[in-house]
Design a binder for this molecule. Sequence first.
Ligand code: CA
Length: 360
Amino acid sequence: MSIENDVKALRTGGQHGYLRIATEEAFAPPEMIRMYRRMIRNGEIKDPGFLSLWGFYAFSKSPRAKFIFDSLQDLGEKRLADMDERGIDKQIIALTSPGTQILKRDQAVALAELANDQLAEACRKYPDRFAGMAACAPQDGKAAAKEIERGVSKLGFNSVIINSHTNGHYLDEPQFWPILEAAEALDVPIYIHPNTPPKAMIKPMLDAGLDGAIYGFGVETSLHALRLITRGVLDRFPKLQIIIGHMGEALPFWQYRIDYMHAATVRSKRYDVMLPLQRKPSEYLRENYYMTNSGVAWEPAIKFTQATVGVDRVVYAMDYPYQCDPEEVVALDAMKMSAATKKKFFQTNAEKLFKLKKKK
Ligand code: CA
């Protein structure tokens, strides 16, 4: 059968043996897009990564940008139709990058509340199709912890979205620990989604047009995930669970060398900032991280991660609306793996991780 026929045959409902739960799917409140556009026009935001990304998506008339612009702002019929067309049973939806994290403290706190209220309303309206992640404003760790608590206890979210660095700062820094503490105490995972690299990192990437999802996102987010390990934060919050997308932002492939060089560096006392850990870096990846295949519809990378990180920790994601080709769903359906493993990948790992079954 041709791919074209296979795409036409994509269905929701699980008759092929599993539901498809897509776990890194984005939305944007229209108010946020309007604010971004205004701030770019006024020159209020100078961050080069933000201007590269949103300077394009908020203004470009290209068909790709237009589709993304419209889809991000829809939490209703358009999104549901796009899901049906791609065979997606359920989306786990999060505030798109950089969300609150480019804003000043008060704006960021207000946007987190507004985004959470909008998303919670859509999830209440379509409980079988949507679940949400709680947004917060990391600029104020204590306020963020409070908003996460509200998101989980009042709004029914079972995970937290952090769009990677906040003005060049990373979650291993103590001002963010209230967020980690809240997530661990509430038993909800934190999804660290890419952001454009901060100013100190981005120039040579921008010079080559490589700052976005093609490369810069992955480098910046894998650095974030690795800092949480090597700075000892996961020894302080040992039960914390982190989700990273894009096939673990390539970290599975680095495991051997990171373990070797971490041990060698600690032994030689080269850096004051690199202290001994309770486990090998790769053990944290296997015990504190989940990895989604957002944007990576590639069987060898998925299987390598299943083999080295674990079949219970590799989770399906699409990356709507940035990358959502039905052909990718067909290719993933056709992966040569056992029916039990494929069901974990598409459905049951996500159900457990996001506590989907406990929800009414
Ligand atoms: Ca994404």
